[in-house]
Design a protein around this ligand. Structure first.
Ligand code: PLP
Length: 346
């Protein structure tokens, strides 16, 4: 068996849409881009959405729109994909890294310590692996101390906390539509907000003229695929959650299985477990054709030599985490094969 970590499925409808775009010759920003932006805003229940070419660019523009100037502090969690810290550095901010909690998202107690010490302009919670960060407490601290919240939702399309979708909590939010994401376009990103004046700032980085800016637009092909994939997101997230439930039922007690935060709707972009002998398990799974991987082999402050508060949890998790395929196109026998293969070495 060969079981990849990423699953993709495209329908006849999607192929037809791409052909129609080719035939119309309207291949750049046109109807599909508007359709996607409206559909995504409606899905999240936010007022504004603007597409850009990647999640990294969405984070960068988000920081710029929030007025980051050289040398201002931005608090980020220790565990994420490198884009979270790179966007801060590219925007001229100084990253300050805090530890994660047992759900792999920003530790809010440490966040408060960091805020008191560093007075950041922006805080970026990351909804890692598809699990929402503790947005209620993060927004409470934002009100109390006066910082902006830029959500990194790259891995959490459709995730909810206390009935509200991620991407609708912060002042601004950034999404990625990279091929592996729960809504894939190939490449792509978006910013969402309920704040009209922030949205205007975002648009200055997309519709040229106001100040120097890169071209960050997406093509109609990406927007069409995104629109049609978005329609299937809810059902696919449910499927991911079902597979996750089967893994958890079978592996609890043998590995540290992912726990869901109370009030969270986790969308399992990745199903990530922990075990002290992680490397041996991953090697075994890979030898059996299962594309198990480690997300991530680094902590953000180590990767870019940034300032950090103590990060004991993240340091332990970095040595122990590994992810197994959880994409919605896994067959039942593949799910069982993965469980059996893991049990062989546990
Ligand atoms: C948490 C996180 N933030 C940001 C990004 C950056 O997105 P992109 O690859 O579209 O630039 C990614 C994914 O790649 C991610 O997983």
């Amino acid at each position: 068996m060969k079981i990849p970590i990423i699953g993709l499925e495209f329908s006849e409808e999607e192929k037809k849409a791409l052909t129609e775009i080719l035939e119309s010759k309207r291949i750049t920003r046109d109807g599909w881009t508007d359709t996607f932006q409206e559909a995504f805003a409606e899905f999240l229940n936010v007022k504004y959405c603007a597409t850009v070419c990647s999640g990294t660019v969405a984070l960068f523009i988000g920081l710029k729109a929030l007025g980051i100037r050289n040398g201002e502090k931005v608090v980020i969690p220790a565990m994420s994909f490198m884009a979270t810290i790179d966007a801060v550095l590219l925007a001229g901010g100084i990253p300050v890294v805090v530890d994660v909690d047992e759900y792999y998202t920003m530790d809010v107690n440490q966040l408060e310590d960091a805020v008191k010490k560093y007075r950041p302009r922006v805080v970026i919670p990351v909804h890692l692996y598809g699990q929402p960060a503790d947005m209620e407490n993060i927004m409470f601290l934002a009100d109390r101390y006066g910082f902006f919240v830029l959500e990194d939702c790259a891995q959490a399309h459709g995730a909810e906390f206390k009935g509200k979708k991620v991407g609708a909590w912060g002042h601004l939010s950034a999404f990625s539509f990279y091929a592996s994401k729960n809504v894939p376009m190939g490449e792509g990103g978006a910013l969402t907000t309920n704040d009209e004046s922030l949205f205007k700032e975002v648009k200055k980085w997309i519709d040229f003229g106001e100040h120097p800016a890169f071209n960050v637009k997406i093509t109609e092909f990406q927007a069409a695929i995104g629109t049609l994939q978005l329609r299937k997101l809810k059902e696919r997230n449910e499927r991911r959650r079902n597979i996750a439930r089967i893994y958890t039922e079978n592996l609890k007690g043998l590995c540290e299985v992912p726990e869901e935060r109370e009030g969270a709707y986790h969308v399992y972009h990745l199903y990530t477990l922990r075990h002290k002998e992680r490397d041996r398990l991953v090697e075994h799974l890979r030898s059996k054709g299962i594309d198990a991987r480690v997300y991530y082999t680094y902590l953000l402050h180590e990767l870019r030599n940034a300032e950090a508060l103590p990060t004991p949890k993240a340091e332990r998790f970095k040595r122990e985490v590994f992810s197994i395929p959880v994409h919605p196109f896994l067959k039942e026998e593949e799910v069982l094969y993965i469980i059996e293969s893991l049990k062989e070495v546990l």
